[in-house]
Write a protein that binds this ligand. Structure first.
Ligand code: MEV
Length: 439
């Protein structure tokens, strides 16, 4: 994004508050980022669509490639995570997500921002062992030979070991009821450092299988990573002073209690929990995608974790502190990496990781879970007060206006009329556009 758009030299948090990033043009936003962050012109170009992933590169990523498919990328503002200001790139097609995250991050800042932590990057690989004479005996044999198996697995990936990662633990589980009867499962728990880890774990499972077969006398059937990455959790916490929650005719107490009531619904009812968690994933997936990570893996882990006690429930928890502040926390598996996969191949993903300023996969996980919590708050605050449609309408109206053929300044004019009329339809947008142009 080249050009001489308006530049701002503000650096402090206070002045950023006054900056209306959304009012800048696309070009000005790029210029602003170039000035205020470590991003270079090439990075901005990779993010803006001027350069970025080419069809030739895509051809090396997937089979039968015919090109690349674009989605919007935007920046969520106001995030302060563990005391550090973070610019958050989000890839998402849904209106209101980025605005919601930015607004809630500003509220969270009034309570010191997000406090996040994460586990060591431990991933689980599974080996399904069939056709053993006695599944109980097979389990005992594997337990007895645990250290030997771990030592063998440590030799499979010297680079990972050199980086401080590698196999850490074995766990033998007995699936005592299945449609094909009982069988043991061997879990290998590996520290995958800054990778998502699927390749390292799958390789270890495949290479260890012959030894496991020799020890148990069985046949190792599946050898694959588990997406229920419950040894690799990330968590974020916020506390918002109650007075900061007040707006329009709603008192801070009303907003806080409304949010807690909304959360209670999700905590108790899987129908609501699915939608509640979807709201969390609006934020989570957008950063996972921007950084070139596997969002299906993160989705699978999230929902399996939400059902870990046998009933699907909310991933987040909301309450009030002794001083009346609204408190919120989110904990979930976060299998993301900053090396390997498309994170290093995709120029946009590379620039996104650079913008986030993270040096480890754990730091990335902590940011992602914070954005998920912010997004959850945005949805609950709206649902518990004015409803979700008001915020959605303006952006949705803009999309409809564009679909009706409006361009440039006409888009907002048409959208504003539709919002005022509370009628967001393409036929009405076409009529309004005609009317306004005729004037
Ligand atoms: C819409 O994408 C997400 C919400 O439905 C989340 C929620 O209901 O909590 C608004």
């Amino acid at each position: 994004m080249h050009g001489t758009g308006k530049l701002m030299s503000t650096k402090s948090m206070e002045s950023l508050d006054k900056l209306r990033f959304y009012e800048l043009t696309l070009q000005e936003r790029g210029n602003y980022l170039r000035q205020e962050t470590s991003l270079t012109e090439d990075d901005i170009d990779a993010l803006s669509g001027l350069s970025g992933l080419t069809a030739a590169a895509a051809d090396k990523m997937v089979e039968n490639a015919i090109g690349v498919f674009a989605l919007p990328i935007g920046i969520a503002q106001n995030f302060v995570i563990n005391g550090r200001k973070v610019w958050v790139p989000m890839v998402v097609e849904e209106p209101s997500v980025i605005a919601g995250a930015s607004f809630m991050a500003r509220l969270a800042r009034s309570g010191g921002g997000f406090f996040a932590s994460s586990d060591e990057p431990l991933m689980i690989g599974q080996m399904q062992i069939l056709e053993t004479k006695d599944p109980f005996k097979a389990r005992d044999v594997l337990i007895q030979h645990g250290s030997e198996l771990l030592a063998e697995a440590a030799g499979f990936d010297p680079v990972l070991t050199e980086m401080g990662g590698g196999p850490r633990e074995l766990d033998v589980r007995l699936i005592d009821q299945s449609p094909i009867g009982p069988f043991p499962v061997l879990h290998i728990i590996m520290d995958v450092r800054d990778a998502m880890g699927a390749n390292a774990v799958n390789t270890a499972c495949e290479r260890l299988a012959p030894r496991v077969e020799a020890l148990t006398g069985g046949r190792v059937h599946l050898r694959i990573l588990s997406n229920l990455a419950d040894r690799r959790l990330a968590r974020a916490h916020i506390a918002i002073p109650v007075k900061e929650l007040a707006f329009d005719d709603y008192s801070g107490e009303q907003v806080r209690d409304g949010i807690i009531e909304a959360w209670a619904f999700a905590a108790a009812d899987p129908y609501r929990a699915a939608t509640h968690n979807k709201g969390i994933m609006n934020g989570v997936d957008a950063v996972v995608m921007a950084t070139g990570n596997d969002w299906r893996a993160v989705e699978a882990g999230a929902h399996a974790y939400a059902a870990r006690h046998g009933v699907y429930t909310s991933l987040s928890t909301w309450g009030r502190s002794a001083d009346g502040a609204l408190t919120g926390s989110l904990e979930m598996p976060m299998a993301v990496g900053i090396i390997g996969g498309s994170t290093r191949v995709h120029p946009g993903a590379k620039a996104a990781v650079k913008l986030l300023g993270v040096k480890t996969a754990r730091e990335l996980a902590e940011i992602i879970v914070s954005v998920g919590l912010a997004q959850n708050l945005a949805a609950l605050r709206a649902l518990a007060t004015e409803g979700i449609q008001r915020g959605h309408m303006t952006l949705h109206a803009r999309q409809v206006a564009v679909a009706a053929g409006a361009e440039g300044a006409w888009i907002d004019r048409v959208a504003d009329r539709m919002v005022a009329e509370k009628t967001i339809r393409i036929d009405r947008a076409e009529e309004i556009l005609k009317e306004l142009k005729a004037k």
